[in-house]
Design a protein around this ligand. Structure first.
Ligand code: BGC
Length: 521
């Protein structure tokens, strides 16, 4: 077999193409779009434990925290304005992702990325100079609009650019950037919190301008994807670009499939209403359930509130920020494991392994916190080993998420939608992700206050449900060209009843018997 040519499992189609330096660099630059999202996730949790920040903008939270020092630890941070600050961003991102559906489809993936960078930059500027709570919230709304555009377009861009056999790894560059963004933000918080004069939080929030500039400049220099160029009528340019991206001259077969996908796409005038058609039921289900489940792993309890949480279980302010740095490092390293394995072991293996790992850790953490804090929330003296055990299991939990639901929550939706609904369906994915990120951010502190250690069991329950769902309903998508994805539904024991051969432009494909049959859901 010539170098760079592979055969996707069970399909018989193989597009020639290599992992060229061009496509690698392009994907690395585009993946940096994840930095803005990650930076924000990491910054907001840390900033909200900085005393000068709380005293200036949320004095009632500060007073309560001080007054509660020796009593109920579960409820010390419970404040609606504070959670509104954290979560306003996600509502804005939701709105932007809907607008981005049209921009991404009609004007190209690049333009959505550019809007993402510019809006995020504006938000960082307003936040860095904030003088009142309204400025903080306005800044966060702008940041959210930026994230909505970027998260809608970057994963699609990566999945379309990548040669199909490396699509998983290249796409997970997005999640890697998210985790690097979170880590950098956690480290900066740690140092900025120490600045005398108490204005370190301004640097933390204003620092978001740096990742914003990276994606803004990146989006200007990047090429658009051949899929998107064809969709917008630039057919010949797309053919030349495809040759350059794949590093071979023989791109006719892939090119023909892209054109066929684009022709089918042109027949669709209303991608939104189209999504409701019966033949798109599997896609719509995944666009809704994957992000829903990703958020109900409970990961953002750790990401947003790790310092708050560690504070709650008895760490000092400094140790809490430090522990957030440790979970941040685990998050980055474990994501690399996923980059390594996703195109070898497949998506389903990672989903299921990650699920079991998270479940065990959630049970242990619930038991540890329950044993010491009980329902009164007053732990008395906490031995050091105790805190170490809790942090250790939280790290193992984060690793489980970081090689499963974290990256796959963005990868799988971006690779399963046919072109005609791709942009709209991806917006549904982002919007659902944002709604539930919002909900978790909004109600977590109140939930911790009321459900106490039971909160971890609540998320553990969902991890069981999502793992069962993956086992029965999520087909393997590794090694299948993106415009050939229909075959995984057609040969699935459950989804095959919704899709039919003639529903797709490329429905003439040869299926290898048994490759993706019902037993191989
Ligand atoms: C999720 C975020 C989460 C992050 C953690 C992302 O995939 O969408 O909500 O905070 O992973 O690394």
């Amino acid at each position: 077999m010539p170098a760079g040519v592979g055969v996707g499992p069970g399909n018989g189609k193989a597009y020639p193409g290599n992992l060229t330096p061009f496509v690698t660099v392009t994907c690395i630059v585009a993946a940096m779009g994840g930095l803005i999202f990650g930076y924000d996730i990491g910054i907001s949790g840390g900033v909200t434990t900085m005393a000068p920040f709380l005293q200036k903008f949320f004095p009632e939270v500060w007073d309560k925290k001080e007054a509660n020092k020796s009593t109920n630890q579960y409820c010390q941070y419970d404040s609606e304005t504070l959670t509104l600050f954290t979560s306003s961003l996600y509502l804005a991102a939701l709105v932007a992702s809907v607008v981005a559906a049209t921009v991404t489809r009609k004007l190209g993936r690049k333009l959505s990325m550019l809007f993402g960078g510019l809006l995020f930059f504006a938000g960082a500027l307003v936040n860095g100079f904030a003088k009142a709570v309204w400025m903080l919230i306005l800044g966060r709304i702008l940041l959210g609009l930026g994230i909505g555009f970027a998260n809608q377009s970057v994963p699609l861009y990566l999945s379309e650019m990548a040669p199909y056999r490396y699509r998983g790894s290249l796409n997970i560059g997005f999640q890697l950037s998210i985790t690097v963004g979170i880590l950098v933000a956690n480290v900066l918080n740690f140092f900025f919190a120490k600045i005398k004069g108490g204005w370190g939080w301004r640097l933390s929030l204003g620092g978001a301008m740096v990742p914003a500039l990276i994606i803004t400049i990146g989006s200007v220099v990047l090429p658009d994807t051949p899929n998107s160029m064809i969709e917008r009528g630039q057919t010949e340019e797309a053919r030349t670009k495809l040759k350059k991206i794949r590093g071979v001259n023989d791109v006719e077969e892939e090119f023909k499939d892209l054109v066929a996908a684009s022709d089918a796409s042109k027949l669709v005038e209303h991608p939104w209403t189209n999504l409701l058609q019966r033949k798109y039921r599997p896609h719509l289900t995944m666009a809704v359930l994957i992000p829903f489940f990703q958020q109900f792993t409970g990961i953002n309890v750790i990401m947003f509130y790790a310092p708050v949480l560690f504070n709650t279980i008895g760490f000092g302010d400094d140790a809490s920020l430090m522990s957030a740095v440790i979970t941040g490092i685990v998050n980055v390293v474990a994501t690399m494991v996923s980059i390594y394995g996703v195109d070898k072991w497949g998506r389903r293996f990672l989903f299921l392994e990650g699920g079991v790992q998270m479940l065990i850790c959630q049970a242990v953490v619930a038991a540890c916190i329950g044993a010491k804090f009980g329902t009164s929330g007053n732990p008395g003296d906490l031995p050091k080993w105790y805190a170490i055990v809790v942090v250790l299991f939280i790290c193992i939990y984060v690793a489980g998420f970081a090689w499963s639901w974290g990256p796959l929550g963005w990868l799988v939706p971006s690779e399963i939608f046919p072109l005609e609904i791709r942009s709209a369906a991806q917006s549904v994915n982002v919007a659902v992700n944002m709604i539930f990120t919002f909900l978790v951010a909004q109600v977590f502190l109140a939930m911790l206050c009321h459900m106490k250690f039971g909160l971890f069991l609540f998320f553990a329950f969902f991890v069981v449900v999502m793992s069962i769902f993956v086992y029965f309903f999520l087909p393997e998508t590794k090694g299948i060209p993106i415009e050939e994805m229909n075959q995984v539904w057609r040969s699935h024991w459950y989804w095959s009843r919704f899709v039919e051969d003639h529903d797709y432009p490329n429905g003439d494909m040869e299926m290898s018997k048994g490759g993706l049959g019902p037993k191989n859901v």
